[in-house]
Design a protein around this ligand. Structure first.
Ligand SMILES: CC(C)(COP(=O)(O)OP(=O)(O)OC[C@H]1O[C@@H](n2cnc3c(N)ncnc32)[C@H](O)[C@@H]1OP(=O)(O)O)[C@@H](O)C(=O)NCCC(=O)NCCS
Length: 411
């Protein structure tokens, strides 16, 4: 099996091989498909696995994203995508060979983090990835949607949005211009775990709604000065369900106003919020805490560290402390012991031969890195080994982010 990099000329064969791996035919706009996701592929970052007689049997790619780390630190991150191996050639090491080639290539480019969304949770841990952000669906029946705080009265010019002084305007997706892109970009810079959505994605409509041009209503929230600071993209389908693709807001007041807007929609029996973080304020804002039914609780972004000291010193920290981490990276055949010292929001991370406080696999370090998984949970799960009392509690305090990480970008 040979792994070879691709160029723009390989786009058709790459996409064709990938579709065959998933057993699907491409959806065309005429068939109700919306946007062509592969138009954003970066063909100079893709790989094809080829048989000895020159047939393509496997694909893998990467997007150039920026990831927001705790402390509002923006770093480059490779968004691994388009992974597939033909059913006729599975379990012969094609994916392993592509993963190895890709990790080497990312390092050669000077990148120190890669991320992905996993189709199945059993695939990627062996390659050093760990689940790091989580998402769930929140379904609220409209008859139970009363807020615990009363709604302020609105006027025709400034519809009521709660206690905030902004307003909500209803647009069609096609009327939004660059509003969504701008609001999303401001939001993601302050949200740990969020990924950038490069301009070309919006220009090419290369994703899921609301990046794609699929018909959607967009409730745009504007602040008191008329500047857009949030939006909710939604559609209504049977049985009288309003489904919100995503609610993006740069502050809590705008989020609340948008939640009130969709929950106040007439002729709807329930509102489904598709991608909410696990600790979401909306459930607390409703008078009836049980009104919001949680489902579809699952992992979203998986993180892989390619350079432990660089990754640990890049993020922001919120508690001082010192930990010795013994990190095993079996896929790359590497092992390192590091002294992590955090002072005044910054970390130092250097090799050490001191006795370790915690021993962990690089995939578990990926899981705790953004602050969305408590190290003590992984100690209790038997993944991380703690070598002294109090080490897991200190690690919990150290790795916590300013707020739970969340990612809702699909790629
Ligand atoms: C997932 C997929 C790419 C794996 O490719 P592959 O070439 O068969 O993987 P490899 O042969 O390199 O497997 C390496 C190891 O991972 C294991 N593995 C691979 N895919 C697995 C899966 N879906 N579930 C459980 N284990 C899996 C293999 O058993 C093997 O284990 P071993 O080393 O102990 O023998 C392939 O099954 C596929 O294309 N699936 C459909 C598309 C898909 O889900 N893509 C991922 C998108 S995120």
């Amino acid at each position: 099996m040979e792994i070879r990099p691709t160029t723009d000329k390989d786009l058709d064969v790459f996409v064709d091989t990938l579709h065959a791996a998933f057993g699907r035919f491409p959806e065309t706009p005429a068939e109700g498909g919306s946007g062509v996701w592969w138009s954003a592929l970066e063909m100079d970052r893709c790989l094809l696995a080829m048989t000895a007689d020159g047939r393509p049997v496997g694909t893998a790619g990467a997007y150039s994203f920026e990831l927001t780390l705790p402390g509002e630190v923006l770093v480059p991150a490779a968004g691994v995508t388009a992974v597939g191996v033909l059913p006729s050639h599975r379990r012969q090491g094609a994916l392993s060979a592509m993963m190895r080639h890709q990790l080497d290539e990312l390092r050669a480019r000077g990148e120190f983090l890669s991320v992905l969304l996993a189709s199945e949770a059993l695939i990627y841990r062996r390659f050093g990835y760990g689940p790091a952000t989580y998402t769930q669906r929140l379904t609220v029946p409209r008859h139970q949607a009363a807020f615990s705080l009363p709604r302020a009265r609105g006027t025709a010019d400034a519809p009521a949005t709660g206690s905030d002084t902004g307003s909500v305007e209803l647009l069609r997706r096609s009327e939004c211009g660059e509003i969504l892109e701008e609001v999303y970009d401001r939001y993601r810079r302050a949200q740990p775990g969020a990924l950038s959505r490069p301009h070309r994605w919006w220009a090419l409509h290369a994703g899921q709604p609301p990046i794609s041009p699929a018909p959607r209503y967009i409730a745009v929230h504007r602040d008191a000065d008329g500047v857009p600071d949030g939006y909710a993209s939604y559609s209504i389908g049977e049985p009288n369900t309003l489904t919100v693709d995503e609610t993006i807001a740069t502050d809590a007041a705008a989020y609340t106003a948008l939640a009130r807007f969709v929950l106040g929609h007439d002729l709807v029996t329930q509102v489904v919020f598709k991608h909410v973080p696990t600790e979401h304020p909306l459930r607390w804002q409703l008078a009836d805490f049980r009104a919001g039914e949680v489902s579809g609780d699952t992992d979203w972004l998986w993180v892989r560290l390619l350079d432990v000291p660089r990754a640990l010193t890049a993020r922001g920290w919120f508690t001082d402390g010192e930990l010795v981490l013994d990190v095993d990276d079996p896929f790359l055949g590497e092992h390192g012991r590091y002294l992590l010292t955090v002072r005044d929001g910054k970390a130092d991370c250097v090799p050490t031969d001191r006795e370790p406080d915690l021993s962990l696999d690089v995939s578990d370090l990926g899981s705790v890195y953004l602050g969305g998984t408590a190290p003590s949970t992984l100690v209790r799960a038997g993944h991380i080994r703690s070598h002294r009392p109090g080490a897991a509690t200190l690690a919990d305090a150290l790795f916590r982010a300013e707020r739970p990480p969340h990612c809702l970008h699909w790629f």
